[in-house]
Ligand binder design. Structure first.
Ligand code: NAD
Ligand code: 89Y
Length: 345
């Protein structure tokens, strides 16, 4: 599919403005944001006005019937993803679903199989891989200078107030592994390859939340590499590195380390080089979210170009199942006290 792509966004809440800004900025690449939808009419109308979108809806089915969309971008919370994705498939629409893919494994598999049965494009908006600092790390790994990675620590630890923007976190039945674990475990796969087994200990350290807000995971990768993968919203450290994922990746010839403030140190064959990573500041971005906001733009750009070229996105539904399977295995490990092999669909 080449040329212009008429896009409808479903969900006009906290995070959707990043998608809408991205689609507007991707107009030169063929994105036409033609409709937005939210069950809350005030939010749908406000989004249409703020982003000069010609049509707004409170019902996705009506939007699908009335607009000749070429892509639907689902930016609602996970509990609505099965219903909205299946509705999109019935209308034969290429579909993007925000992370986390769905509330559980069976629901994720159902969405992926639904898209495959219908022969439709399906991508998950997994944006951490597209963050500028992490893409630099990937480039260095792929250049081979440190050799094949054999050990890593991948760490997202913050005490930044995320609850004001995302108050639904208080009531989640499964919290940090589905919210942040999906990102950091996806990075573990991205940098070190597929995971053979995972062990996990969760903690609920904030008395106001219902489920786990801290997860400490240990992955054995198929390659033999080992990674420590951590995420928490309960680290009270200043300066708070939010929203940086900090890494140490070791190979036989050297180490890549990222440090707070978008700093990187790369040691190769006994020589260390330090650098600062410049994060582009998009015209609509605000610190400290600018790095995440830029990654949303890059994720949308990647998915759009994959659709236009008729190929799968790197973060296809099928690919994201592999990340989600590790999340499920982490929950099972925490419950059973054993290392767990991720499921295959
Ligand atoms: P939110 O609750 O602020 O917004 C969701 C919106 O969807 C609400 O306005 C709600 O009215 C609307 N909605 C619900 N059901 C609907 C339906 N059937 N049809 C149309 N609209 C419907 O949530 P949010 O914080 O914007 O999060 C949305 C998604 O984005 C979540 O899956 C979240 O995990 C994800 N997210 C991703 C990142 C990231 O970096 N990738 C960051 C934040 C949030
Ligand atoms: O929900 C989280 C995510 O996916 O990325 C950042 C976030 O919004 C808060 O940590």
């Amino acid at each position: 599919m080449a040329g212009r792509v008429p896009i409808g966004v479903i969900g006009c809440g906290f995070f959707a403005r990043n998608h809408m800004n991205s689609w507007k900025d991707l107009a030169p690449q063929g994105a036409d944001l033609v409709a937005v939808c939210d069950i809350d009419p005030g939010r749908a109308k406000a989004a249409a006005e703020a982003f000069s979108v010609p049509h707004w809806y409170t019902d996705a089915e009506t939007m699908f019937r009335e607009r000749n969309l070429g892509l639907v971008d689902i930016v609602t919370r996970m509990d609505t993803h099965v219903q909205l994705a299946e509705m999109a498939f019935r209308h034969r629409l290429p579909t993007i679903v925000q992370k986390p893919f769905a509330p559980d494994w069976d629901a994720c598999v159902r969405i992926v199989k639904g898209a495959e049965k219908a022969g439709l494009f399906l991508a998950v908006h997994e944006n951490f891989r597209f963050q500028t600092p992490l893409q630099k790390v990937k480039e260095i790994i792929d250049s081979g200078v440190i050799g094949p990675p054999s050990w890593a620590r991948i760490s997202f630890r913050t005490g930044y107030d995320i609850y004001t923007g995302q108050p639904y976190f208080y009531g989640e039945e499964r919290f940090v592994i589905l919210d942040l674990g999906v990102h950091v475990l996806d990075l573990a796969r991205y940098f070190l390859g597929e995971v053979a087994r995972v062990s996990c200990e969760t903690q609920k350290r904030n008395p106001k939340v219902k489920a786990e807000d801290t997860a400490t995971m240990l992955c054995r990768h198929m390659s033999g590499a080992v990674s420590m993968v951590e995420c928490t919203y309960e680290t009270k450290k200043l300066p708070d590195p939010f929203p940086e994922t900090l890494l140490e990746i070791e190979g036989p010839r050297g180490v890549i380390v990222t440090k707070p403030g978008y700093k990187m140190e790369v040691t190769v064959d006994g020589k260390m080089t330090a650098s600062e990573i410049e994060i582009p500041m998009l015209h609509w971005a605000k610190k400290p979210w600018h790095m995440i906001e830029e990654s949303v733009f890059k994720t949308c750009a990647h998915i759009l170009s994959a659709l236009q070229a008729g190929r799968e996105a790197d973060t296809s539904g099928r690919d994201n199942l592999k990340t989600y399977a590790i999340c499920e295995a982490a929950y099972e490990s925490n419950a059973t006290g054993r290392a767990v092999k991720p499921a295959e669909a």
